[in-house]
Write a protein that binds this ligand. Structure first.
Ligand code: FE
Length: 321
């Protein structure tokens, strides 16, 4: 593994690996392109220095979302400007003018797109590179340009949004659900994305492996943010450190286990139809850290609703802890 497959397949990327382009003074590293996910999802990490950015633009169909991974970013979103730092999330529905300027000497942003081809802009506007970093020196701005992709530059390109509103969440905020000692935080659910994706973080201490399973309809991605985890994907067992990424397309058998005293990972699932699984398994939770003693794991509720959920178990879940 460690390379993008160019076809819909399960794969694993070590931190920094992926298809890389130099664009607008930044390094854009694709973790997933449309061709790798059957057109369901594109994921890119944008790394740059202070002052690097992307000019105001909007998308007609493409839904975009981003999480700041490192440093801080000034984000223009609709009529507002935000200062975002690591862990903060922005949801950018179609028709929302947006752009950013990196504010730290090393800044990294995770950005993903669904429903349109705007995620191709970094490959279209950039130069492919085998390098692993952006270049020293003042970052050259991206000149607003004509593109055949779903991207229109300029603040006046904004189309009045009729759907979900854009928003920014501070790190840790978002609807929280608990099962055992796994804390799920929804950055976006289907109501925020027209059903096209859901995005959530999973935090917890060391855990047992979850049951091996696969999905028939949605593609699932895992990005380790903190701590350590082991993933089983197809026939492979891989150890994930922060920055490592796994793609599990429909049909790919997978499972994970968290291995560090504190682990936090991102999941982007497209389309978003797996949301009911979390609502079935978990209970609402008000706090921002998992409890010292695990709460009940109500996998019995999942089993009772299994035919409605996009979940095929290939082994029996263990007894509740
Ligand atoms: Fe899964």
């Amino acid at each position: 593994m460690n390379r993008l497959p160019g076809e819909k397949r399960a794969y694993f990327l070590k931190a920094g690996e992926g298809a890389r382009y130099r664009v607008a003074g930044q390094l854009a590293t694709y973790l997933a392109r449309a061709g790798d996910t059957g057109g369901l999802l594109e994921v890119v990490v944008l790394a740059g220095g202070k002052g690097a950015g992307f000019p105001l633009h909007s998308h007609r169909r493409t839904r975009e979302a981003m999480v700041v991974l490192e440093g801080s970013v000034e984000l223009w979103l609709g009529a507002r400007k935000y200062r975002m730092s690591a862990g903060d999330f922005a949801n950018v529905p179609p028709g929302t003018a947006h752009g950013y300027a990196m504010q730290s000497h090393r800044t990294r942003i995770l950005s993903w797109t669904v429903d349109g081809d705007a995620g191709g802009i970094y490959a279209e506007a950039g130069e492919p590179t085998e390098g692993y970093s952006y270049l020293p020196g003042p970052p050259a701005p991206l000149e607003p340009r004509q593109s055949s992709l779903d991207i229109a530059f300029g603040a006046d390109a904004a189309i009045a949004p009729g759907g979900p509103a854009p928003y920014v969440l501070e790190s840790g905020e978002g609807e929280r659900l608990i099962t055992g000692d796994s804390l799920f935080t929804f950055l976006a659910d289907q109501s925020h994305t027209g059903g096209s994706f859901i995005a959530l973080t999973t935090q917890g201490p060391k855990s047992e492996r979850i049951p091996k399973h696969f999905h028939e309809k949605h593609t699932e991605t895992f990005l380790c943010l903190q701590g350590a985890m082991t993933m089983w994907i197809g026939d492979e067992e891989v150890a994930l450190a922060p920055g490592d990424f796994v793609h599990a397309p429909p049909g790919a058998i997978h499972a994970y286990r968290t291995d560090a005293p504190y682990t936090n990972f991102m999941g982007i699932l497209a389309p978003g139809l797996f949301e009911p699984f979390f609502r079935t398994l978990c209970d609402p939770y008000d706090d921002y850290i998992y409890p010292p003693q695990p709460l009940p794991v109500r996998f019995d509720r999942v089993i009772a609703r299994l035919p409605e959920l996009d979940l095929k178990l290939v082994e029996r879940p263990g007894p509740p802890r």
